[in-house]
Design a protein around this ligand. Structure first.
Ligand code: NDP
Length: 446
């Protein structure tokens, strides 16, 4: 490791002990930015890199609620308000038993760069709870969401902090959260994104992250004169991002052969067409079942407890969770001639896996660029809320696609190597940094 990065990281680790995922996210950025900051001393003197790694505010709270048996349950609630240099805090809420301060800080940190890359005026934040919606009744989820918002409402607002969904927070949860916010504030405002279309949501928001990840892959493929047509794709996850990545990739002529959940993956060599995808959406979003039932329904193989990276493919779209591709998985992907990875999930590849991609010069779109479509359309939802109007599907999709093209261009601008290849890691990190850093310089030591 570059000794300057090592020195920077030793301070971060000392200040934020036992937050491994946060260290990992900061280090990945530092490897691109420490040399860049050395060449641009104005950022160095103002300690921008150090300041960006310290949240502006961290809110921690108790979330008590009553389960269906009348028993009291207690969860932890969090909101990390990371950076507001270029706009109000913006980022999702995650409800999952693994949620911790370190995980949310990594997500909030990445969000700052991602939101800047979209070109929209949004700062970075993230929040959530260690609550697990799996196995809970709708009433339990509602009572939990109401209790969560009863504390969170005093910290957020349409010009302050605008949460959205993430793992475990979909349309149902956003509805319960919005209802409680409205009741407490007596205001109908765009305080959350991912809202239902009848009450202030944007068309294409549910699709945006998955579609955007595929649009980004398409742009990367164009740099090698290729397209998605006829390509075999492996996807992990079967939630919001995975579903709409499957839909768009299939529409553009690719064949998606895997989906997964935290129990295992299915392999359908004939491809997951629109009818099969409709089954997955019903299974996951309404029945809240397991992906194994796909294998039973369509008579395909199911691999319990495994991830889909051993399946031969041209393109891989990790769309489940952090650190789901390790070094060995990355080597298997490359040995099987996979030459393009576009990350729908946040930080799904370990640092060792990223090394493998970069050494082999495959097309690698890191999450902060490749999955920025979700927050971009959240930004467009905020615009529509402020203007009190609703754009058509075509209008929003066109804007989303253009934003993904622009993000790709930014990555090319800042990530082009001497041999002509594009290092999208450097491109996304430096491209996302400059705007935030310049805004911080202009606003003084705050
Ligand atoms: P969902 O809750 O809709 O789906 C998550 C999927 O990932 C489920 O299939 C889930 O399986 C699986 N999963 C979750 N945790 C694990 C785990 N530890 N191991 C294996 N599989 C797991 O979430 P989203 O689709 O919204 O989010 C997926 C990823 O995309 C996350 O990394 C998120 O941060 C990122 N992202 C999401 C955005 C959005 O707009 N929603 C925007 C940008 C990034 P199971 O059902 O078994 O839990």
């Amino acid at each position: 490791m570059d000794p300057r990065v090592e020195q920077f990281m030793s301070q971060i680790i000392a200040k934020n002990p036992a937050e491994e995922e946060f260290h990992q996210a900061v280090q990945e950025v530092a490897e691109s930015l420490v040399p860049f900051v050395e060449e641009n001393p104005k950022y160095k003197h103002a300690k921008i890199l150090e300041r960006i790694a310290e949240p502006e505010r961290v809110i921690l709270f108790r979330v008590p609620w009553l389960d269906d048996k009348g028993e009291v349950q207690i969860n932890k609630g969090y909101r990390i308000e990371m950076n507001s240099a270029i706009g109000p805090y913006k980022g999702g809420l995650r409800f999952h038993p693994t949620v911790s301060l370190g995980i949310l800080k990594f997500l909030a940190y990445e969000q700052v760069f991602k939101n800047s890359l979209t070109t929209l005026p949004m700062g970075g934040g993230k929040g959530g709870s260690n609550f697990d919606p799996k196995g809970k009744s709708d009433n339990e989820v509602m009572r939990f969401c109401q209790s969560f918002m009863t504390e969170l409402f005093r910290h957020i607002g349409p010009n302050t902090d605008i949460p959205a969904g993430d793992i475990g927070v979909g349309g149902r949860e956003i509805g319960f959260l919005f209802g409680q916010y409205k009741r407490l504030r007596n205001e109908f405002t765009g305080v959350l994104t991912g809202k239902g279309i009848e009450w202030g949501g944007s068309l294409i928001r549910p699709e945006a992250t998955g579609y955007g990840t595929v649009y980004f892959a398409e742009e990367m493929l164009k740099t090698r004169g290729q397209s998605l047509k006829g390509k075999i794709i492996t996807i992990s996850g079967s939630g919001n991002v995975a579903q709409f990545a499957t839909e768009k990739a299939t529409e553009l002529g690719a064949r998606v052969v895997t989906l997964s959940d935290s129990s295992g993956y299915i392999y359908d060599p004939n491809g997951i067409d629109s009818d099969k995808l409709a089954f997955v959406m019903e299974l996951k979003d309404i029945k809240r079942g397991r992906i194994k039932e796909y294998a039973e329904k369509y008579g395909v193989e199911y691999f319990e407890g495994q991830r889909p990276w051993g399946v031969k493919c041209d393109i891989a779209l990790p769309c489940a969770t952090q650190n789901e591709i390790n070094e060995e998985n990355a080597k298997t992907l490359v040995n099987n001639n996979c030459f393009c990875i576009s990350e729908g999930a946040n930080m799904p590849s370990t640092p060792e896996a990223i090394e493998v991609y970069l050494e082999n010069k495959i097309l690698y779109g890191p999450g902060k660029a490749a999955n920025a479509g979700g927050v971009a359309v959240s930004g467009l939802e905020m615009t529509q809320n402020s203007m009190r109007l609703l754009w058509t599907r075509q209008e929003v999709d066109k804007k989303l696609k253009q934003i993904m093209i622009n993000i790709h261009e930014t990555c090319v601008k800042y990530g082009k190597e001497k041999d002509g290849t594009i290092n999208y890691v450097n491109g996304a990190n430096i491209g996302g940094f400059v705007k935030v850093a310049d805004a911080m310089l202009a606003q003084g030591v705050v």
